[in-house]
Design a protein. Sequence first.
Length: 158
Amino acid sequence: MKSGTWVGLREFLPSELIFDDRETRDILKFFFPRDFQVIDASVITDAVRAFAQGLLIEAIDATAALGWVETLFRSTANPGAGVKQILRKLATSSAKRWFKNSKDMDLSSIKISEHVRNQLSRSFRFQLIGLVVSGRGGSIHRAYVCYGPYSQGERVWG
């Protein structure tokens, strides 16, 4: 059995939100591709933008914590242009202070492992639905996440 941990997404002030509505939808579709119709039909509020930005920060931070050497060794694919542009925008913002495990990392080369993306998607899907469908959801988002070991041939986004 894999062990996990409780993960809390970082909270953001409205002035700290760096992604617009389109980019927020792209981030949410990256994490929740099966929910694209719900995401496209949703109203993007600051709470939704903060949730998406928090997922992105956690994914980058968790990938860094799991180890770049193994992540890069197992990479087999690169993301589409949309995800690359979002990661580039994050790298050029003042976001470095938001990371726990990536403080010494060059933000121009940030990556997200497929394993981390899948785990965050599974763990935070209920909160996505609460935010975009029912309009419910507070500013504190926590979920139990099992990052566990990598599988062979894992993708790395970025």
